[in-house]
Design a protein around this ligand. Structure first.
Ligand code: ATP
Ligand code: MG
Length: 235
């Protein structure tokens, strides 16, 4: 089932940031979202996930509108969200983070075991506080926390920003696996997005709160195209 965002407007208080965004997320595919700093990518993801109110437009999933629903009910509809920042409880152990993330969801206890199998790096680290994990391990934990709710759509906001290449490769390959198993993934890509674009379907370029281009992700790998869309430099 596709997630359909149409004419979405939102922002912070009276300050409008998104001026009518369209986005379609399909199952079994990674949908890339990119654009310059401050374009509104995180604002878009927070609005879809119910962390910010919708000012206008619609977000539809499984025949229903998600507008006005709480973040928890959107999660229960099957939409998981890994925010760009503050996405784990630093003082809690890996296992307790997963437990905390699972509290509101039926069957989540069993999914904790599945998630621990999927991410073997947690093996001996389950009792370690999240604050002591490396950046890559912490991002993996944040993704694992979203997975314990059993989402069908997974929204990742710059999950590999600033990570060592080995972790970028691991996370790209895990997320690819999830998409192959049927999940629809939205990946807000960072400044060096080649690895993700290479495995994505559609790429949405956002600029100043509006759609600027919607293209096949791989087409952005052509020389000069990334600079053009990320810096809005026309070469
Ligand atoms: N909590 C907030 N309150 C008020 N304005 C905000 C808030 N968060 C973001 N903004 C503003 O909204 C605009 C879009 O920010 P947003 O974080 O969505 O951009 P982004 O595309 O995710 O950027 P980045 O690439 O840096 O992550 C910016 O002008 C920013 O200053
Ligand atoms: Mg952002």
């Amino acid at each position: 089932m596709q997630l359909e965002v149409s004419g979405l407007k939102s922002g912070y208080g009276k300050v409008q940031i998104l001026h009518g965004i369209d986005l379609t997320v399909s199952p079994r595919e990674i949908t890339a979202v990119l654009g310059p700093n401050g374009a509104g990518k995180s604002t878009l993801m927070k609005t879809i996930a119910g962390h910010l109110p919708v000012m206008a437009g619609d977000i539809r999933y499984r025949g229903n509108s998600l507008v006005g629903k709480s973040a928890l009910s959107i999660c229960k509809e099957g939409i998981g969200f890994v925010p760009q920042e503050g996405n784990v409880f630093a003082a809690l152990s890996v296992r307790d983070n997963l437990r905390a993330a699972s509290l509101a969801f039926e069957g989540a206890g069993q999914r904790i075991a599945e998630v621990l199998r999927r991410f073997p790096i947690f093996g001996e680290r389950s009792d370690q506080a999240a604050s002591t994990l490396s950046g890559g391990e912490r991002q993996t934990l944040a993704i694992a926390m979203a997975l314990v709710a059993g989402p069908d759509i997974l929204i990742l906001d710059e999950p590999t920003a600033g990570l060592a290449p080995i972790f970028v490769d691991r996370i790209v390959s895990w997320v690819r696996e999830l998409a192959e198993e049927g999940m629809g993934v939205v990946w807000v890509v960072e400044q060096n997005p080649e690895k993700i674009l290479a495995v994505s379907g559609t790429a949405y370029v956002i600029d100043a709160g509006r759609n600027s281009e919607t293209v096949e992700a791989r087409s952005l790998l052509a020389p000069g195209r990334l600079e053009e869309v990320l810096l809005q430099v026309h070469v």
